[in-house]
Design a protein around this ligand. Sequence first.
Ligand SMILES: [Fe+2]
Ligand SMILES: [Fe+2]
Length: 442
Amino acid sequence: MPKKILLVDDDPDIIALLKQVLLKEKYQIMQASNGRMAEEILDSAKVDLLVTDIEMPEIDGIELVHWLREKSKIPIIVMTSYSHIPKVKELYEEGISHFLSKPLRRLEFLDLVDKLIHAKEGEVINTRSLEYVSVPIDNFLKDEVFECPIFVKLSDIKYVKIANNTATLNQDQVAKLKDKNILELYLTSKDYEARINKSLTQAKAISNKKLVTTPGASEHIILNAGKIMAEKIYHESLSRENFEMAKDYVTSSLDIISDNKRAMNLLEELNNLGDHFFSHCMGVSIYNILLAKQLDWTSEETFKLLSLAGVYHDIGFKDIDVSIANKDLSELDDDEFKSLRNHPIHGADIVSDLKYFPIELSQIILQHHENCIGEGYPFNLKKDFIYPPARIVYITDLFCDLVLTREGYDPISPKEALVIMEEDHIKEFDSIFFETFKTLFS
Ligand SMILES: [Fe+2]
Ligand SMILES: [Fe+2]
């Protein structure tokens, strides 16, 4: 059974890179763009290794590590960069994680992942293999040049690389380290002897892409239609207050969408698939938020993500014959059924191109028809292998299919829908998520 790794970083490029490296090694990957999302995933999924960045919105890597250590012994790799060394030093002294400095080296990273994930309980993994020589930090503030990796000492057995050479060292940051009373940096003894003189250049900053939103964006007719449909989804057995809150998230997602031409075109294509299709997606979006809130999830990023996932979860149907999408399952022939089961793959592919949208979106869309007993599609994944937000969509999707109007089908009440879900599908759901979902209705 593949081991599961949770990657936490707010830089989608770093996540994409790590995923690429790890997937080749047959690990299963989950991801989060901040500490709070990571906590929610760790609460609802079994994870074998956490790899986290330090600086992130909402809850940073340091807080996340402290939170996790209160409740679990799973190995943790903290990805550090130069400016975080004083912060990380504290974490290291507490002996609670392993460290790698950015930019990560593929082999070094894979080696540590492999060691940690296969370590027996209580086994000490020592990642140090070289001898080090100290150099006064003032030397790095002068013209002296070292064309070799430079390290900060964390303890007698642990050194963290902060640059591949002096060309990637930033003088201001060196000065800041000195201010924090770090008076020496280190080179390997072999490199120390081989140093030569060159001038310093600026370190390359890692770019920090964020989700771009502009409040009060264009009043496009489709956006209005979406907002009106969102209102129509209300049912009297729901708390009006919770519903309004969920509707606000959907409305702000529509505003995010309106700022992105490609995302807006996709919304139009979704609308072209038919009214009931569009309202189904709005419904899934709203119920995703309602369920996440009911589960006591609190991350704003997760709510945005779940709201967008609701809107776009079935976008893959745009590449499939509309008549198939609208047919009852029992009427489909083998080829049509196969084509229908590909919509999560098409959908994940389509949204992966949306710039500035959360990278987790395509993972949710890819897995929204996977169920906990491994009888879903496209990959027959079992519970532990399904990204928790996708387990939410699995429930809300079926629920909205039952309670919202569609051609040739009479919708039923939430109470009746819950009975059908319980009798015919209970094993397919994440049991905690489904039990919580039921409590939404009075
Ligand atoms: Fe779907
Ligand atoms: Fe759906």
